[in-house]
Design a protein around this ligand. Structure first.
Ligand code: AMP
Ligand code: ZN
Length: 136
């Protein structure tokens, strides 16, 4: 993808603060972080989002994410961390190359990654459960 900023980072065409790399993934610091130590895990193969990524690759990515998160915990002395992954503009995606955010959190850090819970009744939950019940 020649107009994808993360493909350019992966190819070394634009610089990045890389903290880990293997054949399949590159792990970098977010250039405009929500908090210090905000990490992005990028698959080297381009796919736009969760609807496109190879499911097995997504699985391997999450295995790596657990390892990176534990290293961050040790190195930064973390107790709290958000894992975030946005798909589509309405969901907040700005770079259309699949990536996972690991965002360190500290007491009173003032960062909001939140939603306001809806007040649904049991029937509404059941309607949606019926709609979404699936065999994969
Ligand atoms: P999202 O909004 O989930 O698509 O996340 C895209 C992320 O990429 C944002 O957190 C940006 O700060 C980050 N970002 C954009 N450009 C760069 C860059 N050149 N290097 C590192 N991170 C970047
Ligand atoms: Zn890309």
């Amino acid at each position: 993808m020649n107009d994808c900023i993360f493909c350019k980072i992966i190819n070394g065409d634009i610089p990045s603060a890389t903290i880990y790399e293997n054949e399949e993934f590159k792990v970098i610091l977010d250039r405009f972080p929500a908090n210090e130590g905000h990490v992005l895990i990028l698959p080297k193969e381009h796919s736009a989002n969760i609807f496109e990524i190879n499911p097995e690759q997504a699985g391997r990515l999450f295995v790596l994410a657990t390892k990176i998160a534990r290293e961050m915990k040790t190195i930064l002395g973390l107790e709290h961390l958000n894992v975030m992954q946005n798909n589509g503009t309405v969901a907040g995606q700005t770079v259309f190359h699949f990536h996972l955010h690991l965002i360190p959190r500290y007491e009173n850090d003032g960062i909001t990654i939140a939603y306001k819970p809806m007040d649904l009744c049991d029937a509404q939950i059941e309607d949606m459960r019926k709609k979404l019940e699936m065999s994969i």
